[in-house]
Design a protein around this ligand. Structure first.
Ligand SMILES: [Zn+2]
Ligand SMILES: [Zn+2]
Ligand SMILES: [Zn+2]
Length: 280
């Protein structure tokens, strides 16, 4: 299984309009310190989160949006979902030779995604008529559900990042390898740990929005990130063989890439960067 990080930022790094020291340093250093909004590609056909930078990232990393068959959407926040990308599937845009796109999301999230696309192009993601126009097939999934996505096995994991509009984390499995994509999220719930407990994870990609700043709701800072690893380790969900990467990086307490990578390595994990590819 090949994982490509299309974006590793929370909202964007440097943050729009921000002139803090971290944003200024990122603008000077460029390279791995410039981050697009968070999204990953698995092999060449499964994408997690269709965000505002996804199309740009796919082109930058020589990937082909025309090969995408599966979308797992974590939640509806603007840094993770751009309805404009799905509206390009409408026939009058002259789209050609594209495979059916299967979309999976929490029921509330799927409804909002569908309403947004419908608002622009009068074609929704749920009805037979809208789905056929857009060549999509949508399925709502709930925490704890295990389901087949093409040849991948996927499990939706409980998440309380956006309880109003629905949010999910996902474990994706292929050829006995298990990847846990866990952003955006605050501390993992008991339910999430229960849902994870039968897995041995080969790769964990988890919310590390903040550094050494005081934070305890809707995202993880460094302290909370390490605490979640300890919980998963004590349950045997991860071990020394598990690769661990922080993502969804914000300017709040997290500086340029090389510095935060050094700090992460001292705690036994890594910080992801845009364009990073991992082969499992
Ligand atoms: Zn986010
Ligand atoms: Zn800043
Ligand atoms: Zn969010």
């Amino acid at each position: 299984m090949k994982i490509t990080f299309l974006g590793t930022a929370a909202i964007g790094y440097p943050l729009t309009f921000c002139n803090c020291t971290n944003c200024q340093l990122a603008r000077e250093k460029k390279g791995k310190s410039i981050r697009k909004r968070a999204s990953i590609l698995i092999n060449d056909d499964l994408i997690i989160d269709l965000g505002p930078d996804t199309q740009t990232a796919m082109t930058m990393y020589d990937k082909d949006m025309g090969k995408i068959k599966y979308l797992l959407q974590t939640h509806i926040h603007a840094d993770h979902f751009d309805a404009g990308l799905l509206t390009t599937r409408i026939p009058y845009m002259a789209i050609q030779n594209h495979p059916l796109l299967e979309i999976y999301a929490h029921p509330e999230c799927l409804k909002i995604m569908s309403d947004r696309v419908n608002h622009y192009e009068n074609a929704d993601l749920i009805s037979d008529e809208g789905s056929s126009k857009l060549n999509v097939k949508s399925k709502s999934v709930n925490a704890g559900d295990s389901f087949q996505v093409g040849h991948y096995k996927v499990k939706a994991i409980d998440c309380v990042h956006d309880t109003k509009h629905g949010s999910l984390l996902y474990v994706i499995s292929e050829n006995d390898k298990n990847v846990f994509y866990a952003t955006d999220t605050p501390a993992l719930t008991e339910k999430a740990l229960e849902e994870l407990k039968d897995y041995h994870l080969d790769l964990v990609i988890m919310d590390h929005s903040f550094g050494k700043v005081d934070y305890s709701f809707s995202h993880l800072n460094e302290k909370l990130f390490i605490e979640q690893l300890e919980k998963m380790r004590s349950l045997g969900i991860i071990d020394d063989k598990t690769l661990i990467y922080g993502t969804h990086i914000s300017h709040d307490g997290l500086s340029y890439h090389e510095l935060i990578e050094e700090e992460a390595v001292s705690h036994g994990y890594h910080m992801a960067y845009d364009g990073l590819e991992i082969d499992l």
